[in-house]
Design a protein around this ligand. Structure first.
Ligand SMILES: NC(=O)c1ccc[n+]([C@@H]2O[C@H](COP(=O)([O-])OP(=O)(O)OC[C@H]3O[C@@H](n4cnc5c(N)ncnc54)[C@H](OP(=O)(O)O)[C@@H]3O)[C@@H](O)[C@H]2O)c1
Length: 221
């Protein structure tokens, strides 16, 4: 039975990954920050770990807790949007730090802490990014800090890919009805996650470092 680790699984897309992999018979490890969220994840059959992605010390602690476990797949899903404003309004230091730390700093620590274990299984380490991080596709500066953070995440993962003996993926989930995506988003979370799971399942080492959406379409940087 394969094993997956979902990083940032309390709600939205991360929680749906836990539901679907557990329903499919995978062994699931999942992280969250709050007691109630950890308990709800255990009720779904997941083994849980408390993780604040922006806390550097939590990463070696997580890697130590998972030592000896064969990890076929890990998904860095944690993310925050911050303010919706664009270039007319520069961010506060607090907003900038909160978005960059959760979306980039945490992901860089995840990669360094977990890639060796994923390499041992020849598995996949996927990062949930966003099409809003595509420089080629940027039609406006709406969500300016978020866009910059996901472009930085894309660079961090893409640049590390050639140095790693596992498959690193950057995945855009579509516009999804979650707390972040809002009620007007075009996709329900189950459809998005089912699509992302198909993309992950179909990925080979030839896809290492690539950027795909939930239908498997490769996206421009
Ligand atoms: N929804 C969309 O339309 C959309 C589109 C493109 C990309 N994405 C990306 O998809 C991912 C999931 O988004 P979502 O829509 O499911 O958002 P969401 O409902 O707001 O959930 C965000 C998740 O990230 C966790 N998280 C945030 N910062 C964290 C930190 N510092 N440490 C640990 N956990 C942290 C949250 O945990 P808490 O509950 O503890 O806060 C929560 O589990 C994000 O990376 C997002 O950027 C979403």
């Amino acid at each position: 039975m394969p094993t997956v680790l979902i990083l940032g699984a309390s709600r939205g897309i991360g929680l749906e990954f836990v539901r679907q992999y557990a329903a499919d018979g995978w062994r699931v490890h999942a992280t969250a920050r709050g007691d109630a969220d950890l308990q709800a994840l255990r009720a779904l059959g997941a083994q849980t770990h408390r993780l604040e992605a922006t806390a550097a010390a939590d990463w070696p602690a997580l890697a130590a807790a998972l030592a000896g476990e064969r990890l076929d797949l890990a998904i860095y899903n944690a993310g925050v949007f911050g303010s919706r404003s664009g270039s007319a309004e520069p961010p506060s230091r607090e907003e900038f730090d909160a978005v960059m730390q959760s979306n980039v700093f945490g992901a860089m620590h995840a990669l360094a802490a977990l890639a060796p274990q994923i390499e041992a299984s020849g598995g996949t380490l996927a990062f949930v990014t966003s099409q809003m991080g595509s420089i080629a596709d940027a039609a406006s500066s709406y969500g300016w800090v978020y866009r910059a953070s996901k472009a930085a995440l894309n660079m961090a993962v893409h640049s590390a890919a050639r140095e790693r003996r596992c498959t690193l993926l950057l995945l855009h989930p579509g516009w999804v009805r979650t707390d972040m995506g809002g009620a007007n988003a075009t996709l329900d979370v189950a459809t998005s996650v089912a699509g992302l799971r198909r993309v992950i399942a179909g990925a080979t080492t030839a896809d290492n470092g690539k950027f795909f959406n939930f239908t498997g379409k490769e996206l421009p940087w």
